[in-house]
Design a protein around this ligand. Structure first.
Ligand code: PLP
Length: 828
């Protein structure tokens, strides 16, 4: 038993004086610089260290309390965390933003300048990774014992540049200055095994055991990122794994005398965590990707079991003390890995292990699109993870026995349900493994969950209807309102107080004031100020000058055919042609933002044509302020926080049935943008919440899209009926906007006329009609302000806190454990 002073946790002061002391000390002791000579980056680093000292105190306090109270924990397994900048978020959630601002000012440093130096932590592609980051923040804010696991990619999402029209990708070396937020845990390393072969051992009592032998080993080393809750003392943890070569690795080759080869191979084995695959909503059948997935899953599960046993629980208590959420199928190999750990390493019987695994896992599906569904060739899985292939066969065998019993003689159903797809050269269907190995499967919006039950997982739904639940996505108001939109936050505070910061439903208190002229004026003033802020950034990044009194119409999201940036572009070209023809059209600024996967040629072509159209439109003196078109480069979380509060109109125009939920739609509506959208994903729930008067719905429904496809779409026939649309397509294919490569726009014309796989042409008339409804309302400033205020007031449901409570109650069975402020830590 250590003496009390040894076990007592420090408790650093959070006032201006205490912070100033810590920051000044850190410049010397951590950064190693003379305060007289410290640069802004030195001060940033010193500030970050002062915050992290305070975070880790609360982290340890939180951990002690969770251990004392025997809590059940949830572990969120995700390949992606799209976090963004951490400095301001950590200051705010730790409750020391204002004291730190003052302390820095006392030291002669402007906090805002410092905040702008930080690179985004972009360890994700888009919505899926951003959801993971929002969920971790909310778990901490609500006091849930919840931990994230993922990969510490050396290089995150690429940085996008245009040269001058097409996208060029540059590596995102986000760790080049080191990272003050991470705690490297060299004591937390786990061996991760690849390749080799399986040996069967027959025991006298008839049971068979397996060992996985030879092959290669790499170590997974933990890097911890404390995650602070807002308005609470809870600090949770995100643990990211980095690959390190084993010492065995060193010895093997060094002893052979080939020093250079040994070092090179060591570096090679560490490539596993080198780079994030920049593909959104497409599966990558690359061996390195499978290794990344298994690498972080195996390390996380070893760590979870270690903690479970170290806390004194036995393995039978696993589902009572542990919930594991699989964010999409990227970590679905966890089902087989947990079986391997329980059966091969902990020597549980197969049936006991299976019962525990299934009650521990739950799986979130993020897409219905076939190209996004992960399947691995059996041959590859057998080579890289031979033991897991055997385990999957066993799981599948037991599962199909159950199906046979339930549906005797139904071989088609067996083939449809099987974890192994026998049609396409034998592949492992990871989604099937995830459904079979989980006690809950959720979609991320009501329509998406319904479509899962009716299409992709229809057979599974018939088998186990109780397994399927919906958990509609949400967004954190801390980042997407308080941080991104300080002006609106201030206005809300004046009108309805700050309770909404903890319970977003309280925004409803704004409803009675929606027609109040003073509030409307203040609301429009805030919006205009945010537009000026964005216009300044756009000028800096692109040189284009925007008029803040014109409607800002934004479509910001990954570039994907189904998201239909081409629909918006056709509208831009249509307006441009009509302006040139002397027609009077409502003025607008159209702002696009988003990255294309580097191998997705069609998406890259869309970026190029948008940039080319923008260049012509923005430089045409006949157009002036009536139309501007901007492609904002390198759209990421930090730029989203500037664009979103400035948007008047939010474009959510995916082909119905394709966008699982969307969360950009929620961020924009929360900030007072009115949505032009299809009945897709969470747009439907947004419409139900805000009411028809605050949203412009258009286009085919998901059912109508299916019907339309069945009837054999005929874009040429539609074009023949719509002269404006036909003229826009002709203008593009004629090469009018061609700046770079003359071939590309002709190809785009053919694509629209003859393929149009996402029905841009079929939905065009309805789309422009919706845009005109928005123009008419926008022209009536009072009516617009009222609709926008009501929109904000009714968005409470889309708080990530509601999402997390839904997971906690329907899936994880965990309860909040707020860290008590009065709890002095000496007693622990
Ligand atoms: C929210 C967000 C997304 C997701 O946007 P959707 O419109 O839902 O596709 C993508 N990227 C970033 C940087 C985001 O902040």
């Amino acid at each position: 038993m250590a003496a009390p002073e040894v076990t007592h946790l420090p408790n650093l002061p959070n006032d201006v004086e205490g912070l100033r002391q810590s920051i000044r000390d850190a410049v010397v002791r951590v950064v190693g610089e003379d305060p007289r000579q410290a640069t802004e980056r030195d001060w940033m680093e010193a500030l970050a260290f002062a915050i992290r000292e305070r975070m880790v105190e609360r982290r340890l306090l939180t951990r002690r309390q969770f251990a004392d109270e025997d809590v059940k924990r949830v572990y969120y397994l995700s390949m992606e965390y799209l976090i963004g900048r951490m400095l301001e978020a950590n200051l705010r959630n730790m409750g020391i933003l204002e004291p730190a601002r003052q302390a820095m000012a006392d030291l002669g440093v402007n906090l805002d300048t410092i905040l702008d130096l930080e690179d985004d932590a972009a360890l994700g592609n888009g919505g899926l990774g951003r959801l993971a980051a929002c969920i971790l923040e909310s778990l901490a804010t609500q006091g849930y014992p919840g931990y994230g696991y993922g990969i510490r990619y050396e290089f995150g999402m690429f940085r996008q540049e245009f040269e001058p029209y097409h996208q060029v990708e540059h590596p995102d070396n986000w760790l080049r200055y080191g990272n003050p937020w991470e705690f490297p845990r060299s004591d937390r390393k786990y061996p991760i095994h690849f390749y080799g072969h399986v040996v069967e051992h027959h025991h006298p009592r008839g049971e068979t055991r397996y060992t996985w032998e030879n092959g290669e080993e790499v170590l997974a080393m933990a890097y911890d990122y404390p995650t602070a809750g807002y308005g609470r003392r809870n600090v949770n943890n995100l643990r990211l794994w980095a690959a390190k070569a084993t010492r065995d690795f060193d010895l093997r080759y060094f002893n052979e005398g080939d020093y250079i080869r040994a070092v090179a191979d060591k570096a090679e084995s560490e490539t596993i965590s080198m780079v994030l695959y920049p593909n959104d909503a497409t599966a990558i059948g690359k061996e390195l990707r499978l290794k990344q997935e298994y690498f972080f899953v195996s390390a996380s599960l070893q760590d979870i079991l270690d903690r479970h046993l170290a806390l004194g629980y036995n393995l039978d208590a696993l589902p009572d003390k542990v919930a594991i959420q699989l964010n999409d199928t990227h970590p679905a190999i966890a089902v087989a890995e947990l079986m391997r750990l329980l059966v091969d390493c902990h020597e549980l019987s197969w049936d006991r292990a299976w019962d525990l695994a299934r009650r521990t896992f739950a799986y979130t599906n993020h897409t219905l699109m076939p190209e996004a569904l992960e399947t691995w060739p059996v041959e590859l899985m057998e080579r890289v993870l031979p033991r897991h292939m055997g385990i999957i066969y066993q799981i599948n065998h037991d599962f199909l026995e159950q199906v046979r019993h339930r549906y005797p003689g139904d071989n088609d159903r067996l083939a449809r349900l099987s974890i192994i797809d026998e049609q396409n050269g034998r592949r492992v269907r990871m989604a099937h493994l995830a459904v079979v190995g989980s006690h809950r499967v959720n979609g991320v919006a009501a329509l998406h969950t319904q479509l899962l039950q009716e299409t992709l997982f229809e057979d599974f739904y018939n088998l186990w209807p109780e397994r399927f639940v919906n958990v509609t996505n949400g967004v954190t108001p801390r980042l997407w309102m308080i941080q991104a939109n300080p002006a609106l936050t201030e206005l809300l505070g004046q009108r309805i107080g700050n309770d909404w910061q903890y319970d977003l439903d309280r925004l409803r208190a704004l409803e009675p004031y929606a027609h109040d002229a003073d509030l409307q004026k203040a609301f429009l003033d805030v919006k205009r100020a945010n537009k000026v802020r964005l216009a300044n950034l756009v000028r800096e990044r692109t040189g284009v000058e925007l008029n803040p009194d014109v409607m800002f119409d934004v479509q910001i999201k990954r570039i994907h055919e189904y998201k239909r940036q081409l629909l918006k572009l056709l509208h831009v070209v249509d307006l441009y042609r009509r302006i040139r023809a002397g027609e009077d059209v409502a003025p607008r600024v159209v702002l696009f933002g988003g990255k294309a996967a580097p191998g997705y040629a069609r998406a890259k072509g869309i970026i190029q044509v948008i940039n080319e159209v923008a260049d012509i439109v923005n430089h045409d003196p006949a157009v002036g302020d009536r139309l501007k078109c901007v492609f904002f480069p390198n759209y990421e979380v930090s730029s989203a926080s500037i664009i979103i509060p400035a948007a008047d109109v939010s474009e959510q125009i995916s082909t119905a049935g394709f966008e699982a939920s969307g969360t950009g739609n929620m961020k924009l509506a929360l900030n007072g943008a009115l949505t032009i959208g299809t009945l897709d994903g969470a747009n439907i729930e947004i419409r139900d919440a805000v009411g028809e008067e605050s949203i412009f719905i258009f286009g085919m429904t998901a059912d109508e899209v299916v019907e339309h496809r069945r009837n054999g779409p005929n874009p040429e026939a539609i074009l023949a009926q719509q002269p404006n649309l036909a003229a826009a397509v002709e203008m593009i294919e004629s090469g009018f906007f061609t700046c770079d490569d003359p071939g590309t726009h002709g190809d785009l014309g053919r694509y629209l006329r003859h393929e149009d796989p996402f029905f841009v042409i079929a939905d065009y008339a309805a789309y422009t009609e919706a845009c005109e409804r928005a123009d008419t309302l926008y022209a009536d400033r009072t009516a617009w302000a009222e609709a926008a205020i009501l929109n904000v007031a009714r968005m409470g449901y889309f708080s990530i806190d509601r999402t997390v409570r839904d997971y906690a109650n329907q899936i994880w069975d965990i309860i909040p454990e707020p860290v008590a402020p009065s709890r002095t830590n000496g007693a622990a």
